[in-house]
Design a protein around this ligand. Structure first.
Ligand SMILES: Nc1ncnc2c1ncn2[C@@H]1O[C@H](COP(=O)(O)OP(=O)(O)OP(=O)(O)O)[C@@H](O)[C@H]1O
Length: 331
């Protein structure tokens, strides 16, 4: 990753497992990542590759029968996995906040928007008066560019459009000025125009506040627009990691090439592939060796032996592939 300054968040050797009838499975299996201050890390990969479990692990919100089995999640050097439940509650919202794909499931339909924002604020500042909280909540609605915030404050969530609901969620998430915002598919449920508005808003808010963002998405267009750094996940592991420009211009892992819908050719033009065949194997049916090898057009016998570690292929650009960079393989 670029930059030498200490990152805001460093994830080391994270492993999150679920107990199932067939035994314990690892949905996140040895992930190392870092998020620089004020920057956006995009985490991409197909459905089921472990993106959401990774973010829930950072928030310590993995529900039973799941648990974080190993690793460290260092926020400014402090390991969140070692905090007491009370300390972690304090970190959530005040230092790290999260927004999800479908805001309606996170907003309570029986309470007004204002009530929900002020309750979230009260949890972190129990001594604030009602009037103070109201003012702050309206301020928070203004920050996310919600028109007529005083009126919206009194309304119930179902009266708002999907885009407005996501703005309310962002307002709640940012109310306590977190240093890190985790956005899990924040625009997936929205139509394209609204999607662009929400991404613009997140970018503006990042400029204003200097917060870091982890943006989780299966949409490479969103990542291209937003991310400074990109981590590509496959079957619970990071398979490629670099500055966003490098991942898009010079992808080195065959899976990334597949996601980008392109294969390298001698004349350096890209030829479109319809899709990578097959799907992400579930954690209980992982192939030996490289987890991508059954779907990989470049796989050789050695790929079936050991899982390849992430290694630097170019400065600041890592890939977990014996054959990387695969551009060379086209020659
Ligand atoms: N409660 C659970 N019990 C067992 N396995 C689980 C549980 N929750 C998630 N998993 C497994 O963990 C793996 C990763 O899931 P995760 O939701 O993180 O993927 P994702 O990349 O975020 O996909 P999506 O975009 O569909 O949410 C999946 O194979 C899933 O089956």
């Amino acid at each position: 990753m670029t930059g030498t300054a200490e990152p805001l968040l460093r994830i080391e050797g994270l492993r999150t497992v679920f107990r199932t009838h067939g035994g314990e499975i690892a949905a996140v299996d040895g992930v190392d990542l870092s998020v620089p201050r004020g920057r956006t890390l995009g985490i991409v990969g197909e459905s089921g590759c472990g993106k959401s479990v990774l973010s829930l692990s950072v928030m310590r919100l993995v529900a039973h029968p799941g648990r974080v089995a190993a690793g460290r999640v260092l926020l400014e050097g402090r390991d969140l996995l070692q905090l007491s439940a009370a300390e972690m509650r304090d970190v959530r919202g005040s230092q790290v906040a999260m927004i999800f794909q479908e805001p309606m499931t996170s907003l309570n339909p029986v309470h007004t928007v204002g009530f929900q924002i002020t309750e979230a604020m009260r949890a972190h500042d129990p001594r604030a008066s009602r009037a103070e909280l109201r003012d702050r909540a309206i301020e928070a609605l203004k920050r996310v560019r919600i028109p007529a915030p005083e009126r919206r404050f009194e309304e119930y969530p179902h009266l708002l459009s999907g885009g407005m609901r996501q703005r309310v969620m962002i307002a709640m998430a940012l109310a306590c000025r977190p240093k890190l915002l985790i956005a899990d598919e924040p625009t997936t449920a929205l139509d394209v125009t609204v999607q662009a508005q929400i991404l613009d808003l997140l970018r503006d808010l990042q400029q204003e506040t200097g917060m870091s963002i982890i943006l989780i998405t299966h949409d490479l267009g969103v990542v291209a627009e937003m991310a400074d750094e990109v981590a590509v996940m496959y079957a619970g592991r990071v398979v490629e990691r670099a500055a966003a420009g490098a991942v898009f211009d010079d992808p080195m892992h065959p899976y990334t090439l597949g996601l980008l819908g392109s294969v390298p050719r001698l004349d350096e033009e890209r030829e479109t592939l319809l899709a990578i065949e097959g799907s992400v194997p579930p954690p209980f049916a992982l192939p030996r060796g490289c987890r991508f090898h059954p779907r990989c057009p470049f796989a050789v016998e050695d790929c079936k032996a050991e899982p390849p570690p992430l290694r630097a292929i170019a400065p600041g650009h890592e890939a977990a592939c014996l054959r990387a960079p695969v551009e060379r393989l086209a020659a």
